[in-house]
Design a protein around this ligand. Structure first.
Ligand code: ZN
Length: 270
């Protein structure tokens, strides 16, 4: 009897740790309730926006473009989730898209759909479809809960696997650094963490599909990564390349993913 109770306890602990991602249907190591991360993201996002120069969309074509691309991609995400009957998984998402004036080549998406694009990225994206490739990729990291997995691992390794609320209460600075690092937003604090190759491939896969569903030619992603690699041959590689290592095989992998992504592509005249 006791053994079966212990067994049940272990089993339920495993079930919590290995939740399923709605998009892939695959198991994953997420210890943290996404809702708690979304709450934390709301605070961190506001703090980031208030301490950086946000470019208003009025009379700024780049800021307008970031918002337009974001809206088109998230509309595609909404439609896809509705079609799959999993719209409830987006309940905590309140998408926001902001362009900040910063030379860093960077972009990220926090839980609940809090997106930032840095102006330094735009000379490399050069066109709207390439920006859609980056934003689709970042949105996919959020939907795939990659940050949650990184944050879960970080909490387990650095803070002994305590609950998020306990970590925030006891070690606020360390927890904030972990959080920003987990979402690729920690450049100023020097806590850049590269996403794993597996996460990168998964985010590329879904990112291409969502960009395509939003009416952007996914093939532009290949040109984008060529430019990204050129930019990273300089003395200081862009932040985006530090968190998104390409290892030279990215373009090859994108080409493999392309036929499937192109099935979702419906041009709407960019
Ligand atoms: Zn990535």
């Amino acid at each position: 009897m006791i053994r079966s109770i212990i067994g049940l306890f272990v089993l339920s602990a495993l079930v919590i740790a290995c939740s399923k991602n709605a998009l892939t249907g695959k198991g994953q190591f997420t210890l943290l309730p996404e809702s708690e991360l979304q709450t934390m993201a709301t605070t961190e996002y506001q703090q980031f926006l208030s301490s950086n120069k946000v470019i208003a969309t009025s009379n700024n074509r780049d800021a307008e473009m970031v918002r337009r691309v974001g809206q088109r991609i998230t509309k595609a995400v909404d439609a896809y989730y509705a079609e799959k009957g999993i719209s409830d998984k987006l309940a905590g998402f309140k998408w926001e898209y902001n362009l900040v004036d910063d030379k860093a080549v960077n972009a990220w998406c926090m839980p609940g759909g809090k997106i930032v694009v840095y102006t330094g990225l735009l000379p490399i994206t050069q066109n709207e479809a390439a920006l859609a490739a980056v934003m689709g990729h970042e949105v996919s990291h959020a939907l795939l809960q990659h940050g949650n997995q990184r944050m879960s691992q970080g909490l387990a390794q650095q803070l002994g696997g305590v609950a998020l609320s306990v970590a925030v209460a006891n070690k606020p600075q360390q927890t904030q650094n972990l959080f920003l690092g987990a979402y690729g937003a920690g450049t100023q604090l020097g806590v850049l963490l590269p996403f794993s190759r597996k996460h990168e491939l998964e985010a590329d896969d879904w990112g291409l599909k969502f960009a395509a569903m939003a009416g952007y030619n996914p093939q532009e992603a290949i040109n984008l990564w060529k430019r990204m690699e050129q930019a990273s041959s300089g003395q200081k590689p862009p932040e985006f390349m530090s968190t998104h290592p390409s290892e030279g095989r990215r373009i090859e992998q994108l080409e493999k993913l392309m036929p499937e992504a192109l099935k979702y592509y419906k041009p709407v005249g960019n």
